[in-house]
Design a protein around this ligand. Structure first.
Ligand code: ADP
Ligand code: MG
Length: 403
């Protein structure tokens, strides 16, 4: 036992479930007056996540709009398998998911104290992500759905990140979302579950990727984000004048590849690098990222607030692993405060990849009767803005549940 939570082992490794206090997200705080609410029965979902380098399963209970509780949430990171390569190796990732997923699903059900027949549905990440890993999760979910006759809900991984604040804070759309992960950097208006509008995205590298590549270039560990952040704390952010890509452009897009090149050239000019050179490079890199993202955020906030119907919903949500960066969080707080926005960042364990967010997003879909057929495909690419409610209805078997 670990603080009241059972630990689980998989091939000799201990899996660390999320501590119990993170399960108590049950307040239904904000409900926009103009949003039609669905009167729901309680829904209990199994969530499965295998889109990248975390194998995860969770059980979440949805008691109504903005009212959910995590009954179990187990994440096994594959960091150790990928560390030597300095990045995620797709084939290794898929094999590791195959090795552990069944154990993790069994452990999640066990921890929640339920059996397959107690579930109301099975939610699984169907994309975007690494296709081999996605197929492992999707095939398991289809098997469970088919054998136990439970609805299957194919969830877009980004939708999981986008809706997490509903589970953690009871915050319901509309709100502005900045999604910053190892694979994505996007600014979106979350109009409602299933209705997303992308304001901007990266034209090259994702922000987490930029941190990871910077760390690799400077010979720091993997994953790079936390390493760069640690070094940056002792560095001088003004020593190197790195470019601030995209600053001033109306459309809130991002670009990080020029910044990475500038850093490489600066590092080459002063080789061999001392500890303080590395710290200064990291601090200057982080300062450029903060300035760029801050400017992009200002533009997105201006676009969001130009719509009168959002005046009462001045909420900025930041999700994804990069939101763990303290310097960035502090900068976002200032940006949000200046614009009169409330800032919401899910706790770190629910910011990085997990299956609780997939189960919760699945429950939002199931509550609306949006389920998927057993031949639903895994999709390496799957833009979030394609999930408008109308296209969802076209693509899904409409089934009214609990209405
Ligand atoms: P993905 O879905 O792409 O795996 P995650 O949401 O799991 O993304 O986040 C992983 C990414 O977050 C990695 O690129 C990692 O370097 C980055 N990251 C994690 N912690 C920090 C940090 N403190 N500062 C900057 N980036 C970070
Ligand atoms: Mg990840």
């Amino acid at each position: 036992m670990l603080g009241g939570v059972r630990t689980v082992t998989c091939h000799g490794r201990t899996l660390m479930p999320i501590p119990p206090d993170l399960r108590k997200y049950s307040q239904a705080r904000r409900r926009p007056a103009n949003q039609k609410l669905l009167e729901m029965t309680h829904l209990t979902l199994l969530g499965i996540e295998t889109s990248c380098d975390e194998t995860a399963a969770a059980v979440v209970k949805r008691r109504g709009p903005g009212d959910g509780a995590i009954l179990a949430n187990i994440v096994r990171s594959q960091l150790e398998e990928h560390r030597d390569y300095g990045g995620v190796v797709p084939e290794i990732a898929a094999r590791a998911h195959v090795d552990c997923l069944d154990h993790i699903i069994a452990a999640a059900l066990d921890e929640a104290g339920i059996k397959f027949h107690d579930l109301d549905g099975v939610a699984v990440t169907a994309g975007p992500g690494l296709i081999g890993g996605l197929m492992v999760g999707l095939i398991s979910a289809k098997a469970i759905s088919s054998v136990h006759k439970k609805p299957l809900i194919a969830v877009n991984h980004l939708e999981g990140h986008a809706l997490t604040v509903g589970l953690t804070e009871g915050l319901e759309p509309p709100y502005l979302l900045l999604l910053i992960t190892g694979g994505h950097t996007q600014l979106l208006i979350i109009h409602a579950a299933g209705d997303y509008e992308r304001l901007g995205t990266t034209v090259d590298d994702a922000i987490g990727e930029a941190f990871d590549k910077t760390a690799k270039l400077l010979g720091l560990g993997y994953p790079g984000g936390p390493e760069v952040e640690l070094k940056a704390r002792d560095g001088n952010p003004d020593r190197f004048k790195f470019p601030r890509p995209m600053i001033g452009r109306e459309k809130p897009d991002f670009s990080f590849s020029g910044l990475k090149t500038a850093l490489r050239q600066a590092a080459q000019r002063i080789e061999p690098l001392s500890e303080s050179d590395i710290a200064d490079l990291c601090a200057s890199f982080e300062a450029a990222v903060i300035a760029t993202v801050g400017d992009r955020l200002d533009k997105a906030i201006a676009q969001y607030t130009s719509n009168n119907s959002f005046q009462e919903s001045r909420h900025l949500v930041i999700a994804g692993g990069v939101a763990a960066n303290k310097a960035l969080r502090e900068a976002f707080e200032v940006t949000a405060e200046k614009a009169g926005f409330q800032l919401h960042i899910p706790p770190p364990a629910l910011c990085t990849d997990n299956a609780a967010m997939i189960a919760w997003a699945g429950s939002e879909r199931l509550a609306r009767g949006w389920t998927d057929p057993l031949d639903v495909p895994a999709r390496a690419r799957w833009p979030l803005e394609r999930l408008t409610p109308s296209s969802t209805k076209d693509n899904h078997q409409a089934k009214d549940i609990g209405q």
